[in-house]
Design a protein. Structure first.
Length: 151
């Protein structure tokens, strides 16, 4: 099983456990699918590929655009016309950096001595939003060390 498939299964299990309705995009035909996850079949069985059942539709995992899977509630604020997450705007980034005094909130490094990034406290993959109170300034090293965890 590929790493992207493992990440996708982990994300889908998270949404299923939290009973969160999701939206996702299929790779080939750019179709969006909405609904609740009913079942995840994450193993190969007699030639059948791993699948997820969303409401009554069976979808093969290798047909899902990995980065398009998110809670339905975030679709209008986070998806661009291509179905991928949109990036934070420069004004919002600047507001976060200014609020945090251009300082990593974890280790205290300051710009320009360190490369600073704007990070989601609760990751988007776990339902976090682009609201100002869910954003923080982290240096490159702290942000990479964090991964998908909340700080």
């Amino acid at each position: 099983m590929e790493d992207s498939e493992k990440r996708l299964i982990k994300k889908l299990r998270h949404y299923k456990t939290n009973n969160t309705a999701i939206i996702l995009k299929l790779k080939n035909n750019r179709q969006f699918i909405n609904g609740s996850i009913e079942k995840i079949n994450s193993f190969w069985l007699f030639g059948s590929k791993p699948t997820v059942v969303i409401d009554t539709m069976i979808v093969f995992l290798d047909e899902i655009e990995e980065h398009s899977v998110m809670p339905q509630s975030m679709k209008s604020t986070c998806l661009g016309s291509d179905g991928r997450r949109t990036s934070l705007g420069p004004k919002l980034r600047l507001n976060v950096l200014m609020r945090d005094d251009y300082t990593c909130v974890k280790c205290g490094r300051k710009g320009p001595e360190s490369r600073l990034e704007v990070d989601h406290i609760t990751p988007v993959s776990k339902g976090g939003t682009d609201e100002l109170n869910n954003l923080q300034t982290l240096c490159f090293e702290c942000n990479r060390g964090k991964g998908g965890d909340e700080l």
